[in-house]
Design a protein around this ligand. Structure first.
Ligand code: HEC
Length: 127
């Protein structure tokens, strides 16, 4: 093999695929593989919470991320989640303002949504 062929070969088989790989979005942008058992919570979360807390709970300009050390179970218990959803939460950690109660949410929704958020927190290795 002459030198030019070797260079072309390595460009095609090694350098270009590497460049392609580097351009792919980071792993964090991928859709988390939510297990089927959390489907109901995922669905309600997307309808009731995502507009403020983000599609994958990473926050928006309307509300904080729930994938955050503040919101792990040792800081905000499941009951704190139920309370926020059903009764709202006063602004205290951030500057987004108060969270209003989510009017259409039932206790059953709150339980399912919280289970889904806990799964996502663990999937993101917060605890
Ligand atoms: C209209 C925007 C909005 C929606 C919709 C919303 N939230 Fe919030 N939420 C906020 C804001 C703003 C805060 C931050 C309050 C603060 O400063 O600590 C917050 C705080 C929280 C907290 C922390 C409560 C505490 O005790 O500190 C939890 C848990 C929470 N939200 C869960 C949810 C869930 C689950 C849903 C869907 C059922 C939801 N939120 C829907 C805006 C929203």
């Amino acid at each position: 093999m002459n030198v030019r062929k070797v260079i072309l070969w390595s460009l095609g088989t090694q350098v270009l695929p590497l460049l392609w790989l580097l351009q792919q979005p980071a792993i964090a942008d991928e859709e988390p593989p939510v297990p089927f058992t959390y489907g109901a919570g995922l669905d309600k979360y997307q309808k009731m919470c995502a507009e403020c807390h983000g599609r994958w709970a990473d926050g928006t300009d309307q509300g904080p991320p729930l994938i955050h050390a503040y919101y792990v179970p040792s800081h905000h218990s499941d009951e704190a989640f139920y309370r926020a959803i059903l009764q709202g939460a006063k602004r205290h950690h951030w500057t987004f303002g108060d969270m209003e109660p989510v009017p259409s949410a039932t206790m059953n929704d709150a339980v399912n949504i919280t289970k889904f958020v806990r799964w996502l927190q663990q999937y993101r290795k917060l605890y």
